[in-house]
Write a protein that binds this ligand. Structure first.
Ligand code: NCD
Length: 297
C-alpha cells in the first residue's frame, strides 16, 4: 500500500492485517527502522490527537517530522492548497499526512504529489486512522469485532469519523445503528444500517455507545432547536449508562464537549475507552506510516 486515502475497498483481511501490525507496535520502544525518512504533517484544520500522535508515531519509527501550520505559512498569503502540497513534496518528504476541510483533499493531494498520502481527516468524508484506532481498541476490549453492536450517537451527518466507521466496521463484523435527531441522521443510507431517533430505546441492545461532537464549524449546531435539548435526549449520563449491558463501553474520538454529548462521570468513568483510543493512535499510525514508507520505496 502506498498511503491511505480511504478505507473503501479494503477487505476484512487487509483491515485485520493493519490492526495486527498495529498490535505489534503496542508498547514497543523507539526504533531506527526508518531513520532518514521524513514524514510531513500537512494539517489545514486544527488537531491535537491526530497531529501529535502521527508525530510521535513517526519519531518512534526513527523518522523526521516536518509540520506545516496554515496560519504560520504562505497559505495565509493566499497560496493554494495545490501549490502547498507541491511545495512540501519538493522540499522533500517521504509521506504526506493531510487534514483539510475539503472532502476530496487527500485524494487530490495523492494525485498531485509523487509521495504516498495518508488521510488525517477530510471534511465530513472520512478519517481512516480514527476508524482503525477504534477497531483496535474494541478488539482489545472484547477480544473480537465480529458480532459487536455499536450505536453511533450524535452529529452523523457532519462526522467524518462516523463515515469511516460506516465504510469499514461492518466489513469487520461490527453491527452499526445510527442514533440522533433527524437533522443529524444522514439523508441517505447506502450502508443499509439501522437508524433511530431514540437513544434510550437502543441502549439495552448495544455493546458500545460511540459518541460524537456536534460539528459546529460545519454548521451543524444551527440544524437542531437547542444544544440543551440535545444534551437531555442524547447526552450520555449515569442513568443511561445503567441501561446498558454490564459489559457495555463508551467511546468518543475527541475532542469531547463535556456536558453536551457526555457527562464528566462517564468521560472519566471506568467504562470509558476514550484515553485508550487516544493511546492507540500511536501504534495504529506507526503501522500506517510503515506501510506507506515501505510502499513508497
Ligand atoms: C475528530 C476529527 O477531527 O475528525 N477528532 C479526531 O481526529 N480524533 C472528531 C471531531 O473533530 O469531532
Amino acid at each position: 500500500m502506498s498511503g491511505l486515502v480511504t478505507l473503501h475497498g479494503l477487505g476484512r483481511e487487509r483491515l485485520t492485517g493493519i490492526l495486527d501490525k498495529a498490535e505489534g507496535y503496542v508498547g514497543r520502544g523507539p526504533s531506527t527502522d526508518f531513520s532518514g525518512a521524513t514524514v510531513t504533517n500537512a494539517f489545514f484544520e486544527p488537531s491535537t490527537r491526530t497531529r501529535l500522535s502521527f508525530e510521535r508515531a513517526a519519531h518512534r519509527l526513527g523518522a523526521h517530522v516536518m509540520s506545516f501550520s496554515p496560519e504560520l505559512s504562505s497559505a495565509s498569503k493566499g497560496e493554494s492548497f495545490k501549490d502547498t502540497i507541491l511545495t512540501l513534496t519538493a522540499i522533500g518528504t517521504d509521506v504526506l499526512i493531510v487534514r483539510h476541510r475539503l472532502a476530496d483533499a487527500a485524494a487530490l493531494a495523492a494525485g498531485w504529489s509523487a509521495r504516498p498520502v495518508i488521510n488525517g481527516g477530510v471534511g465530513s468524508r472520512e478519517h481512516p486512522t480514527q476508524t482503525l484506532i477504534d477497531a483496535l481498541t474494541l478488539r482489545q476490549e472484547f477480544g473480537r469485532l465480529d458480532g459487536l453492536r455499536m450505536a453511533i450517537v450524535g452529529d452523523i451527518r457532519g462526522s467524518r469519523v462516523a463515515r469511516g466507521h460506516l465504510i469499514a466496521l461492518p466489513t469487520m463484523g461490527v453491527e452499526l445503528t445510527l442514533v440522533g435527531p433527524t437533522p443529524f441522521l444522514p439523508q441517505e443510507n447506502p450502508w443499509g444500517v439501522r437508524t433511530s431517533t431514540d437513544l434510550d430505546d437502543e441502549l439495552g441492545d448495544v455493546d458500545v455507545v460511540y459518541l460524537l461532537r456536534i460539528q459546529a464549524e460545519r454548521g451543524s449546531a444551527a440544524t437542531i432547536p437547542s444544544i440543551a435539548g440535545y444534551a437531555r435526549r442524547y447526552g450520555m449520563n449515569a442513568e443511561r449508562l445503567s441501561m446498558m449491558k454490564p459489559t457495555g463501553v463508551v467511546m468518543h474520538p475527541g475532542p469531547m464537549n463535556r456536558g453536551v454529548e457526555i457527562d464528566d462521570s462517564i468521560a472519566d468513568g471506568e467504562r470509558s475507552l476514550v484515553l485508550r483510543q487516544v493511546a492507540n493512535g500511536v501504534p495504529v499510525r506507526m503501522a500506517v506510516i510503515t506501510e506507506a514508507l515501505e510502499g513508497g520505496r
